[in-house]
Design a protein around this ligand. Structure first.
Ligand code: AP5
Ligand code: ZN
Length: 208
């Protein structure tokens, strides 16, 4: 299937994408991960304000459309079934997506701002495995792992607050534009990860 998952920063998109990939054998297309592995890429020839994605990302701002569109176009060409995560983030990207593919399911995972800030600022990442932890709810028992955990540059209070503002201003209107379409399903993201997954699986099965 062709699945789009949308939602604010920290809603659990990445977490649920792992489940979707395992259950439906689709490609995980994520602009966030793709950009994080290419943060220092030279984009100066693309007529952008800054020379690398890092300047935008660390502040929690959107990387320019032309950079992101190119990443998604290539990934979509290489994929049969997919779950798209982190794109589109504004109406212009949504128009671009519309010209590139059709979709079977559009999931919108919603979580309130207070919970989002708590999840983002408390998140710690294991740089060796990519696993996510949380300082309050979920720390590894292994001391060696605990000591190598890092915080994502854009998970500081200031950057996280900016990401939520950027979402409200740019991405919310995109989600609203899908509301009346038959492939749209709203998911309550303030449940346990397992319960969120149960709802997502049901939605995908009903739509495909
Ligand atoms: P991106 O990587 O896409 O980040 P994001 O959307 O801000 O969201 P996150 O990855 O932080 O959250 P998530 O929803 O995946 O949640 P997760 O599962 O990790 O983008 C990063 C940056 O790249 C952007 O700011 C921008 O600069 C750039 N960028 C990317 N795409 C772009 C685009 N299209 N255009 C322009 N720029 C772009 O979970 C979060 C935490 O919560 C984890 O710790 C997790 O363990 C925990 N958690 C998950 N589910 C639950 C649950 N049910 N209950 C409790 N805790 C939970
Ligand atoms: Zn993510």
């Amino acid at each position: 299937p062709k699945i789009l998952i949308m939602g604010p920063p920290g809603a659990g998109k990445g977490t649920q994408c792992s489940n979707i990939v395992d259950a439906y054998d689709v490609e995980h297309i994520t602009t966030g991960d793709a950009l994080r592995s290419n943060k220092q890429m030279d984009i100066s020839d693309m007529d952008t304000e800054y020379d690398t994605p890092a300047e935008y990302m660390d502040a929690g701002d959107l990387v320019p459309d032309q950079v992101v569109n190119a990443i998604v176009e290539k990934a979509l060409n290489d994929a049969d079934g997919f779950v798209l995560d982190g794109y589109p983030r504004n109406p212009e990207q949504n128009e671009e997506l519309d010209s590139m593919t059709d979709l079977d399911v559009v999931l919108s995972v919603s979580v309130g701002n207070e919970e989002l800030l708590d999840r983002l600022t408390g998140r710690r990442v294991d740089p060796e495995t990519g696993d996510n932890y949380h300082v309050k709810y979920d720390m590894p028992d292994d001391e060696e792992v605990r000591e190598r955990l890092i915080q994502r540059e854009d998970d500081t209070q200031e950057a996280a607050e900016n990401r939520l503002d950027v979402f409200d201003e740019n991405t919310k209107p995109v989600i609203e534009s899908y509301h009346d379409q038959s492939e749209f399903v709203e998911i309550d993201g303030e449940q346990s990860p397992d319960d969120v997954w149960t709802d997502i699986k049901q939605a995908i099965d009903e739509q495909t």
